[in-house]
Design a protein around this ligand. Structure first.
Ligand SMILES: [Zn+2]
Ligand SMILES: [Zn+2]
Length: 278
């Protein structure tokens, strides 16, 4: 399984000379396994993904964690949607009050975007998900609701013996009253347990989190405690705050990990990074 990062910024694209290492594009991850092409989220990073996508790909599976704008804003600029020879699937969280297709139509409609979903040359195939398991090619996908405003899913992708877990937006403290002491009561545990690689929300410092409780995001310290609880092999901190520069991100990681004895790797997710899981 090959995992490529096309965007790992949270909330708002932040291009600029101070963000050249970790990048400014919002959430978009490409997962390739054999012929299978899976994309996690359609943030602004999906524009470049569409540009550099292997021209032989004829079927694409886009899995949305949720429909906040930073995870969908690139969709209208994803060129495979305008190519009728490419079959595109959209997967996203089911809610009790409105079908996924209607929620996607809101983005694809004026005044937000000039092209309607029904005007695309080939209508994407819509799949509503809840806590479930299914397969895309030889990749097994598990989805599970996690704690974030509005319906939001975490994804676990398994290919052979490799596991990649993706939990882009998640407030760990809100999902469990006794975090990090009760794995079985912690949202996302089943998604991330024993993963070879975990991408997890780490938007805030511990101090910032205290003023942003209920906003749907986690602190670096909590993301690391979650990685430890789940016994992951490698943790890439994800959903970087748009206000934070490369230098500030590195300082934040340094401060948050000093005095910690960790038996797994912790790093800052960076746009352009490629991970190969055997
Ligand atoms: Zn987000
Ligand atoms: Zn969100």
């Amino acid at each position: 399984m090959k995992i490529k990062v096309w965007g790992c910024r949270g909330s708002l694209p932040t291009p600029g000379p101070e963000n050249t290492i970790y990048g400014g594009n919002t959430s978009c991850i490409q997962v390739t396994h054999g012929e299978t092409c899976i994309i996690l989220d359609g943030g602004s990073g999906i524009l470049r993904l569409g540009k550099y996508l292997n021209p032989n790909v004829k079927e694409i599976h886009v899995l949305f964690s949720h429909l906040h704008l930073d995870h969908t804003m690139g969709l209208g600029f994803f060129t495979p949607l305008y190519n009728p020879s490419i079959k595109v699937h959209f997967y996203g969280p089911s809610t009790s009050n409105e079908p996924l297709v209607n929620r996607l139509r809101r983005y694809f409609s004026p005044p937000l975007f000039p092209v309607r979903l029904s005007e695309l040359p080939r209508h994407p195939i819509i799949h509503e998900l809840n806590n479930c398991q299914f397969s895309i090619g030889e990749v097994q996908v598990n989805s599970e609701y996690v704690c974030h405003p509005g319906a939001t899913l975490g994804y676990r992708l398994t290919a052979g013996n490799s596991v990649f877990a993706y939990i882009s937006d998640h407030e760990l403290q809100m999902g469990s009253s006794n975090f990090p002491n009760e794995p079985e009561w912690t949202n996302g545990y089943e998604i991330a347990k024993s993963a070879d690689l975990l991408f997890h929300d780490a938007a805030y410092t511990s101090k910032e989190y205290m003023t942003k409780i209920g906003w749907g995001h986690s602190s670096v310290r909590d993301a690391i405690a979650f990685g430890k609880m789940c016994k992951v092999k490698r943790l890439a901190l994800f959903h970087h705050e748009p206000t934070r520069s490369d230098e500030q991100l590195e300082q934040m990681l340094k401060k948050s990990t000093q005095n910690l004895k960790l038996d797994f790797e912790v790093e800052l997710c960076a746009e352009g990074m490629v991970y190969e899981l055997e």
